[in-house]
Design a protein around this ligand. Sequence first.
Ligand code: HEC
Ligand code: HEC
Length: 413
Amino acid sequence: MRFRGLATLPLLAAAGAGPVAGQPTETVAADFERSGLELVLRSNGGDATDARVARLAALYVAKGEPPSPFLDPGSFEATFRGAIELDLNDSFHFAVRGNGGVRLSIGGQVVLEHDALPGGGTPAATADEVRLSKGLNPIELVYSSPARGDSWVRLTWGNDYLPEEPVPPASLRHGVSTALDRGRSRRAARDLVAGDAVSLARVVPAEYAERRIRRDGCLVCHSRDGAPASGPPAPDAGPTHAPPDLTWAGEKFRGDWLADYLAGHPADLPRPHPGVQTPASRGETDLFAVGLHHQHGLAASPPDPEPVDAELAAVGSDLIRGDRLGCHACHALGDEPALGGEGAEEAINFDLVRRRLRRPFFDWFLRDPQRILPGTKMPQFVDEDGYTALYDVFDGEAARQFEAIWHYLGTID
Ligand code: HEC
Ligand code: HEC
């Protein structure tokens, strides 16, 4: 699809491409076909700029680390620019979480502006739903990092029938720009000189993860961000071994589990990963996993899963039984095999879930499994208003029932 809304581009610039206006980043309007957004980074108090592609409108830069291999550590400004592409007209609430300041413009209009986000993960949200048109809707998110501490930002959307989620990479588009071209050639030149010996100290995890994904051929077998796998299906691919879509891997898996899995560590494997060239050292596998989180604006996973509340766990243990929500039909409970539901052979043993998943993903996935893993056999238990069919527990509130199940999961050996 070609970018047709040319008239909106000057508008967008006028609405204040803001502090980075004047930088050589104008989009060439004829070409908005690439997925993800253009991300221009500029150090505060210096003239250094750099640009790369961001899969999502999100970033995470740990304290003391540089936002780009070509900028020094310290406060910076990040501008995400491109378009949201839709198949149909629709309206959404947008919300931004993070620390520091943001200005979000959509279709050339500023819809959200905060000098200082509330912090602690509390969202700043648009007052009303923003109407988007079928086709391409220009978007610009300008983020200013705080003076100290970790810097992070994350853009989500949602509406009456779509539970809040990060604006999906498959809906984001950007064009070519001189800034991106320059960023690309700088990286190519650096890689040529350094090869694999790029000092890890100067490596930005989000970029490192992307390089590994491409270099290790992950996308030959796995679909991601709306793009199908580039290779043919593996010859022995049966129903239980289809490579899952990787779009949300950075939200889904705990970094420690993912690092183990990719390193081929035998512990905790539901099924072993097919042998592929994976990062060599444990330090690199860890960096890979952290980089995937950072691409989504998430911190590295906390070292230990949260403690179990015994009372809630007892409620959860009741909820998952065959005559209640019925999770046990498909999911094994440690040594207790699944009772045998459709798709049981693809379901993960419940004893692994807390070691694999990040808690927010667990809650999000259960609200709408199909949306997050299209084609999955995992059923949806929640209606649009957030209730399950079991009204006798917590008045049917799905969020509280799932919390109880989460605690129960921590008790299975
Ligand atoms: C040769 C094809 C192939 C390549 C290349 C490949 N994978 Fe996979 N991957 C698979 C298959 C098949 C599965 C499903 C394994 C299973 O659970 O049976 C899988 C599963 C996964 C899972 C899912 C885990 C789960 O339990 O839900 C992750 C994460 C993953 N791969 C990441 C990667 C990454 C990252 C790369 C690149 C370093 C990669 N894969 C390269 C085929 C591949
Ligand atoms: C009809 C079979 C079925 C039932 C019933 C079912 N699941 Fe699942 N579930 C699956 C399958 C299949 C998957 C694997 C999804 C995938 O990767 O495509 C899954 C995946 C999951 C995951 C992700 C696990 C991971 O580590 O990747 C969680 C969490 C989960 N289910 C929780 C539940 C809960 C809680 C219930 C009961 C409220 C439940 N499931 C009921 C089939 C089922």
